[in-house]
Design a protein around this ligand. Structure first.
Ligand SMILES: Nc1ncnc2c1ncn2[C@@H]1O[C@H](COP(=O)(O)OP(=O)(O)O)[C@@H](O)[C@H]1O
Ligand SMILES: [Mg+2]
Length: 159
């Protein structure tokens, strides 16, 4: 019996939603437990497709904005985003493995703006470095920081 490897193409970012709908047809549902998104496994890619199931694409856009604004120091704490559709309805993210039952993530520290840190299901294990736990649902953030004010119109202080 010959084994067939499915070859899929992830559309580049800003491609029309229809291109991602084609990709979706080749994917398998991983979770329909998300609040606003269904998540699909992209065959052979170690990536997931997050497809919005509610009228607003807010959660995907929030993840896009967060990912694009992360410093090099913070990026390793978050599942990488590879692509997203023009409307934000579809987003392609690094696939993480689920944590074992009862496994804490207390040994790693996460930025305060990540609002849902108490839920272990919002975190997963890197497939490249299994010791490494990353945030996979960062569609909701809290921007209130009482200690992070800076004046506008000023050049950053030189080190
Ligand atoms: N990058 C990922 N890798 C593996 N599983 C994921 C990933 N992102 C989401 N999932 C799974 O899909 C579920 C729903 O995704 P999530 O991002 O939490 O959507 P929502 O914001 O709608 O709650 C998660 O709880 C997790 O089980
Ligand atoms: Mg969630």
């Amino acid at each position: 019996m010959s084994s067939h490897r499915i070859i899929v193409t992830v559309p580049p970012y800003n491609a029309p939603d229809d291109s991602f709908k084609e990709l979706l047809k080749q994917c398998n549902l991983l979770s329909d437990k998300g609040t606003t998104r269904d998540v699909y496994e992209i065959p052979g890619e170690n990536k997931v497709l997050k497809a919005v199931k509610k009228p607003s694409n807010y959660a995907n856009w929030n993840e896009i904005v967060v990912w694009q604004s992360l410093s090099d120091q913070l990026k390793p704490l978050f599942a990488e985003i590879f692509s997203f559709s023009r409307s934000g309805r579809f987003l392609v993210m690094e696939q993480l493995d689920p944590l074992s039952f009862g496994e804490g993530h207390n040994s790693q520290r996460y930025p305060r703006f990540l609002s849902d840190k108490v839920k272990p299901q919002n975190f997963g294990r890197s497939r490249i470095d299994p010791q490494h736990i990353k945030a996979l649902d960062y569609g909701c953030v809290l921007l209130e920081h009482d200690d992070e004010f800076a004046p506008f119109g000023c050049a950053p202080a030189a080190d």
